[in-house]
Ligand binder design. Structure first.
Ligand code: ADP
Ligand code: MG
Length: 725
């Protein structure tokens, strides 16, 4: 029973129904045996405020006593885990003034000494008689067994074969053992009412998952590692199910709340457009365009993510999408992350649409005409800007290309039917609200269809989680005739010499090259300085006699545009640049890519940079230059594969999911036990289950427990999009 308190009496009297997470969240820590004011404060500093928080503090590992070494069986020099008792602990100062704490420990088979440097608090922490688990490398020192700075967990004399090890804090003096005791008390107090299960039994059965009550007990006190595996899977499923319900619910809400355009996607203009292309569509482009056109024809606004590796031909898909809005008598906007890219898109898109002549019924007076495509960036000023804004407002501009300012500023469209967002991670919920505002300003008040394009493939599980409120199309085929990029790791002077001589040979044949300067994240100023230095050095040394251009983030738009257009025209042979060229730049005659100090870049960035070459029929080469004697795992990954999806999986492995999820919106990083790497099956099931549940019951009216749990789990901002009725 819970400790006596009026509230609990009332609660228990009113209901003996199983405890929900909300019930547990409302129970204060003072109800737990052994938690006084001081521990309560300490727990709060850990973010543990309620019984729910306590129960959701999961062990970070387990010690299986049945296959554990003893002091006499440990092998010298091999990392081992032993369970021992503290005999004595003392502290002294070494000759050079460092604090050294020596702790003698023992088990039934012998004794060992633990030596800690600069950890004075260990003397107080490790009291005689205390049971601790010690992990480290045993050595012989003066004929005595010793470990230096081992990991020590105060696990206490817990019974049971498997001992949970909780995250513990030395500062607040909360041990793994304290947490274990408190959690045990909490679990025993929950036992009479039991823990409510929010997942319908048929779903649990289908996926072979155990009940939430068992899972909660077994995650903390498993009797076997098998029980732990079962418990983790069940609780991880709950985490991903909540996330999917939130995302799918939000998506459904958008669909129900907003009315969209029913665009035309067939007819003479489309035939003319596709026939005018200089190449046939790839199979993947055909499939993806079909998926998009299906969305465009339906009255529900589209929210689709297009994932495609660098060079897969996303621009064409974007143009085909925007064309549908224009042919249907509306407008389209394309947003690029930088002005250089907006520029380039304007050039590319104008050329793809240059042969198209449209004849709208009400403009027959003027005969056939080409589309009006305008570029709106910061460098468009004065009268020209006014004209473009006026054209956007009265519908004369068919396609507007620009940076994010297109939907943020005082740009008002007459009838914005399609928005394409290129190479953009940050197009989140807020941007979509802004779009909705735009829609309300326009004549029909309809939501535009949105296509978000990303050239940084992300693993399937991450896509489902991070972009779970979008539909996803994948462009997984490169246009034919590409020759694979030969990637080499370059780290010594000889290799660097022959790299430059190979590049000069290619320049002599009329090809072009990029040189990417070291990344300096802390300061753009330093980065520019280093780019300038690289440029100067190359001009007078390895690339003497060639035309070399320099491009960096601190140049004015006009300067950047000049340099890019001279590089596009082939007048400039080598472009020395900071990462401004990372995304999208498309000059098929460039066949060499040198990335200096490449160890500083992440996998996705390196892959993007490399994708600037290998765009034509000529063989291309990428050189990853580093100073170190060993290639980093990232450089190795790049040398081994040119497939963005393979690299994305590799990246997830190397970086861990925290970093990946951390870069996306909050709320969705609510995964503690679930792993994007391990739990592909759980995530897929959760997505399917969430779809079934939400499609049958969009506001979760028939699932009050589920609904309540979502409200508890997600913050205000997420919630706004949840189940508003
Ligand atoms: P990304 O997906 O990286 O944005 P782009 O749209 O820039 O790729 O296309 C890369 C290059 O491939 C461009 O030069 C483009 O003209 C060309 N391309 C696109 N689709 C095809 C196709 N179906 N066949 C041949 N070349 C194509
Ligand atoms: Mg592109």
């Amino acid at each position: 029973m819970w400790a006596v308190s009026p509230c609990i009496h009332i609660c228990l009297a009113l209901s003996s129904s199983p405890l929900t997470l909300r019930d547990l969240d409302e129970l204060g820590l003072e109800r737990i045996k052994g938690i006084g004011e001081k521990s309560k404060k300490a727990l709060e500093s850990f973010g543990i405020r309620s019984v729910l928080d306590l129960l959701e503090t999961y062990p970070r590992r387990y010690i299986d006593r049945s296959n554990m070494a003893t002091l006499s069986t440990m092998e010298l020099g091999v990392e081992s885990l032993v369970m021992v008792r503290v005999v004595q602990s003392k502290s002294m100062r070494t000759k050079n003034g460092r604090v050294m704490v020596t702790v003698t420990v023992g088990d039934d088979t012998g004794k060992m000494s633990l030596t800690f440097f600069n950890q004075a608090w260990r003397e107080k922490q490790l009291q005689p008689g205390m049971e601790v688990a010690v992990f480290g490398k045993p050595e012989m020192y003066r004929n005595y067994l010793q470990m230096t700075n081992p990991i020590v967990d105060r696990v206490g004399n817990q019974t049971g074969r498997i001992v949970p090890v909780y995250p513990q804090s030395a500062k607040d003096n909360i041990s793994s053992w304290d947490l274990a005791k408190w959690i045990e008390d909490a679990l025993s107090k929950c036992a009479p009412r039991g823990i409510a299960d929010i997942v319908p039994p048929e779903i649990l059965q289908q996926h072979n998952l155990i009940s939430r009550g068992d899972a909660m007990r077994w995650i903390h006190a498993p009797e076997s590692m098998e029980q732990h595996v079962q418990a983790r899977r069940r609780l991880a499923f709950d985490e991903v199910l909540r996330v999917q319900l939130m995302l799918v619910g939000r998506k459904k809400q958008w669909e129900l709340e907003s009315a969209g355009f029913e665009h035309t996607t067939s007819g003479a203009h489309f035939e003319q457009f596709f026939a005018s292309l200089p190449f046939p569509l790839t199979g993947a482009q055909q499939r993806v365009i079909a998926e998009i056109y299906k969305d465009l024809m339906s009255p529900q606004p589209m929210h689709r993510l297009l994932q495609g590796d660098v060079g897969a031909g996303k621009t064409l898909v974007a143009v085909a999408t925007m064309l549908a809005a224009v042919i249907s008598g509306h407008q389209a906007a394309l947003m690029a992350p930088t002005e250089v890219l907006a520029d380039q898109h304007a050039i590319g898109i104008r050329s793809l649409l240059s042969e198209l002549r449209v004849r709208f019924d009400d403009t027959t007076l003027f005969g056939d005409s080409g589309l009006r495509i305008e570029l709106l960036t910061n460098k468009v000023k004065g009268q020209q800007r006014k004209d473009i804004l006026a054209g956007i407002a009265d519908g004369a501009v068919d396609i507007a290309i620009g940076t994010h300012a297109l939907i943020q500023d005082k740009v008002s469209f007459k009838s914005l039917g399609v928005v394409v967002v290129d190479e953009q991670h940050r197009f989140g919920v807020q941007q979509r609200s802004r779009l909705r505002d735009k829609a309300q300003e326009s004549e029909q008040g309809l939501m535009p269809d949105v296509l978000v394009m990303t050239a940084t493939p992300i693993p399937r599980t991450a896509a489902m989680t991070v972009y779970g409120d979008l539909d996803v199309s994948v462009l997984d085929e490169l246009p034919p005739g590409r020759t694979p990029i030969v990637t080499t790791w370059v780290n010594n002077e000889n290799d660097v010499e022959s790299m430059w001589s190979d590049i000069r040979a290619r320049l002599n044949e009329g090809q072009q090259a990029y040189v990417v300067c070291p990344l300096i994240e802390e300061s753009e100023k330093l980065e520019v300085a280093s780019a300038q230095e690289t440029f100067d050095k190359l001009m007078y040394d390895d690339l003497k006699g060639y035309t070399v251009g320099l491009l960096h983030g601190r140049m004015s738009s006009a300067e950047k545009e000049d340099i890019m257009s001279s590089f596009r025209a082939g007048t400039t042979q080598v472009l020395v640049a900071t990462t401004v060229i990372e995304v999208g730049v498309d000059v098929p005659n460039s066949t060499s890519m040198v990335i200096l100090d490449s160890g500083r870049f992440g996998i996705a960035q390196l892959h993007q940079l490399r994708g600037r070459v290998g765009r034509g029929a000529l063989s291309s080469f990428c050189y990853l230059v580093t100073q170190s004697d060993e290639p980093s795992p990232r450089v190795e990954a790049l040398v081994a594969s040119t497939d963005g999806f393979v690299l994305a999986e590799e990246d997830l492995k190397l970086r861990g999911e925290g970093t990946i999820m951390g870069t996306f919106q909050k709320g969705q990083s609510d995964l503690t036990l679930a792993s994007l790497q391990r739990d592909l099956d759980l995530i897929q099931w959760a997505r399917e289950d969430a779809l079934t549940i939400i499609n049958n019951d969009p506001a979760l009216q028939g699932h009050p427990l589920l609904r309540d749990e979502l409200e508890l789990s997600f913050n205000q901002q997420d919630e706004e999009f949840l189940f508003k009725s």
